[in-house]
Design a binder for this molecule. Structure first.
Ligand code: KG4
Ligand code: ZN
Length: 340
């Protein structure tokens, strides 16, 4: 079976083809980052229009790269939520209609399920059960994963997602959009001894997170030091103090989750899993806990079509499919998915 996967939930148009025997055959991506950077963040209406402009050419490109004809496609997977509803509808409309036209089944994929299964595309996929740390622009969650669709949320952010906190702090430091990768670069020039930010909610039991306070802490620190000259150094020092606090907080909660569940396999996915300080810190923690950590390759940390093709493949293989209508959901709790 060969599956066409389509991702359009936010500001990336991603298309990939996954083959049951041969694995990933192609994976193409168009990022709208340059367009949205003029506005300092994603403009939903512009995102939808750009998906309309790019999706069909990208599908053609992915088919060509995979040397695949439409007769060889056995099913189509598209992201059905959560995300920007106008953007989702582009992928859903194109994906569902193509499937109808080509006479193959279609499946609406949960974006976060895509992220947390992305490490399965690597050469040595992590075994079930595992704990997934999902860290993206919209979500921060700890989930126990016993199998595909068997998800229990054991911790989540009560306010901002960690990626959102990276983006907001980066904006404050004039680092543009999207802020996460730029903040990571800026932090490399920071002095680790200058500022110390709090590790929110680590001094009480539980696995929930709160990241909105860190951004406020960054703002207050910037204001208090704005007049001291050497503003570039101050910015770098704040970037490093913020990143260290965010990473440390995530690592403390992951360690706690490993101890509480006695599951020794961690999977880290979503945009922030590209952060190298996070990877280093989690690797150190895991070694101490005699646990293993799996990450997707860097390009599959952020949004992409490959993870959607793969998650869709697993669900279509299990016999799931959508009727000849489609929808998209801006909100969609991951623990309501059917177990396979
Ligand atoms: O998974 P993703 O591409 O989109 C969502 O589903 O949200 O995640 C995007 C988020 C953004 O907040 C971005 O700033 C953050 O991931 N991000 C990073 C890094 N690369 C992407 N944050 C910190 N360090 C990075 N290297
Ligand atoms: Zn995402």
């Amino acid at each position: 079976m060969r599956i066409l996967g389509i991702e359009t939930s936010c500001d990336e148009t991603g298309v990939a083809i996954y083959d049951a025997e041969r694995g990933l055959l192609s994976d193409v991506l168009y990022s709208q980052v340059v367009m949205h950077s003029d506005y300092g963040g994603v403009v939903p209406e512009l995102a939808s229009r750009d998906h309309v402009r790019k999706l069909l050419p990208l599908i053609r490109e992915a088919m060509q790269q995979a040397d695949t004809t439409r007769e060889q496609i056995g099913g189509i997977a598209y992201t059905a939520g959560p995300g920007l509803v106008g953007a989702l509808l582009v992928g859903a409309a194109v994906g569902r209609s193509l499937a109808w036209g080509w006479g193959v089944p279609a499946i609406g994929v949960h974006h976060l399920e895509g992220h947390l299964l992305a490490p399965m595309l690597e050469a040595s996929p992590p075994p079930f059960p595992f704990i997934a740390l999902l860290v993206s622009g919209g979500h921060t969650m700890l989930i126990t994963v016993k199998g595909v669709g068997q998800y229990e949320i054991i911790g989540e952010s009560l306010d901002d997602a960690v990626g959102e906190a990276f983006d907001k702090t980066a904006k404050l430091l004039d680092l543009g959009y999207p802020g996460g990768p730029a903040l990571e670069q800026m932090a490399k020039k920071g002095d680790a001894n200058r500022f110390r930010f709090p590790r929110p909610m680590t001094d009480r039991p539980g696995l929930d997170f709160s990241f909105s306070g860190l951004k406020t802490f960054a703002m207050n620190t910037l204001r208090a030091n704005e007049m001291n000259g050497q503003i570039d150094q101050t910015r770098a020092d704040i970037a490093l103090a913020f990143q260290t606090a965010a990473v440390e907080t995530l690592a403390i909660k992951c360690q706690r989750a490993i101890r509480e569940t006695d599951i020794k396999q961690l999977v880290v996915a979503g945009g922030v899993s590209a952060n190298s300080a996070l990877r280093e810190r989690l690797d150190r923690m895991a070694t101490k806990e005699h646990a293993a950590v799996a990450y997707p390759r860097l390009k599959f940390c952020t949004d992409n079509g490959a993870m959607i093709a793969y998650a869709g493949y697993l669900r279509l293989k299990a016999g799931q499919m959508e009727p000849a209508r489609f929808g998209a959901r801006a909100r969609w709790p991951i623990d309501t998915l059917a177990a396979l």
